[in-house]
Design a protein around this ligand. Structure first.
Ligand code: C2E
Ligand code: CA
Ligand code: CA
Ligand code: CA
Length: 281
């Protein structure tokens, strides 16, 4: 009801109320969705440039809700982090990733899957146990997975963070730093932590063909990663010109709409069949 006062006051009030209602609805619906396992994963291929091979897939969470419609992870992940719902949500995501590996194996494919782990989950005292328990339940070796953590997660290079990363490596996980270059952290963690991969944030890849500055930064990240014996993934690659430029810079792996948007599991199998057909021999 917009019976506006002279200063649009009640209109503002209505908007506030709508926001509050949405948050309340988000809360109830997200709790229900986790409980009823209505959360899905989509998978985006990562392509190894030199080999012209599928190097793996990144799992991205998807939530379609009756009342709210499609809700972006950019909205509900931060909300889940604020409310602690991220722990059961993250566990559900890991379970779904295990189910995806099983399904891919049925079709004869063994691509590794990258899982995004929130720093809130990572910092839980029983994080390692919770992930171990799920893998055991699915009888799934950790070597099928890569764990993506942001710079925020490794920002405090505490002994506890080192201990967890070392343990994850011992279990068989690969570890990637996500959204590299967007955090505030110093680079000291690159030396302290056992990392396998840097994912260059999309903001650096955007307009890379137009801006010398972006080229310089991406080039420097790639050189540095090479000397640190880490792989580099460029994310958010949309155009052939970006692919060619990144190839010249010896970027290892490309991810983005240029090759494929994130796909539901059934389409992942089709994508792999198609890729095999196009690139055999
Ligand atoms: P992210 O981890 O940096 O994921 C990459 C995002 O970029 C994804 O958005 C993906 O769909 C999008 N993207 C991929 N290629 C392109 C491209 O070529 N162009 C453009 N414009 N975008 C591209 P999405 O799926 O909406 O996820 C957004 C963020 O939500 C993720 O950013 C991640 O931080 C978070 N997120 C998604 N799934 C999970 C999850 O399972 N767990 C956790 N903890 N966070 C997740
Ligand atoms: Ca990611
Ligand atoms: Ca990213
Ligand atoms: Ca990002």
């Amino acid at each position: 009801s917009k019976k506006n006062g002279p200063h649009g006051y009640s209109f503002y009030f209505d908007e506030l109320q709508t926001d509050t209602q949405r948050v309340l609805l988000l809360d109830t619906e997200l709790r229900k969705a986790i409980e009823k396992r209505e959360i899905e994963l989509y998978f985006q291929p990562k392509i190894a440039l030199k080999e012209e091979q599928i190097q793996g897939f990144e799992a991205l969470v998807r939530w379609q809700n009756d009342k709210l419609g499609y809700v972006s992870p950019n909205e509900f992940i931060p909300y889940a982090e604020d409310t602690g719902l991220i722990i059961p949500l993250s566990e559900l995501i890991i379970e779904r990733a295990c189910e995806a590996v099983i399904e891919m194996k049925k079709h004869g494919y063994g691509s590794p899957i990258a899982i995004n782990i929130s720093s809130i989950h990572f910092q839980q005292q029983n994080f390692l146990e919770s992930i171990q328990t799920i893998l055991e339940r699915y009888n799934m070796p950790a070597s099928h997975f890569e764990i993506e953590v942001t710079e925020r997660t490794v920002m405090n290079s505490s002994n506890e963070t080192v201990r967890k990363l070392v343990k994850l490596k011992q279990m068989g996980f690969k570890i990637a730093i996500d959204d590299f270059g967007t955090g505030y952290s110093s680079l000291s963690y690159l030396i302290r932590f056992p990392l396998d991969c840097l994912k260059i944030d999309r903001s650096f890849v955007q307009h890379i063909c137009l801006l010398d500055e972006k080229q310089a930064v991406v080039d420097a990240i790639i050189q540095m990663a090479r000397r640190l014996k880490m792989k580099v993934v460029a994310e958010g690659v949309e155009q052939v010109q970006q692919v060619e430029m990144l190839r010249e810079m010896n970027c290892d792996i490309i991810q983005g709409f240029y090759y494929s948007k994130p796909l539901p599991l059934q389409e992942v199998i089709e994508f792999m069949e198609y890729w095999e057909m196009e690139h055999q021999g």
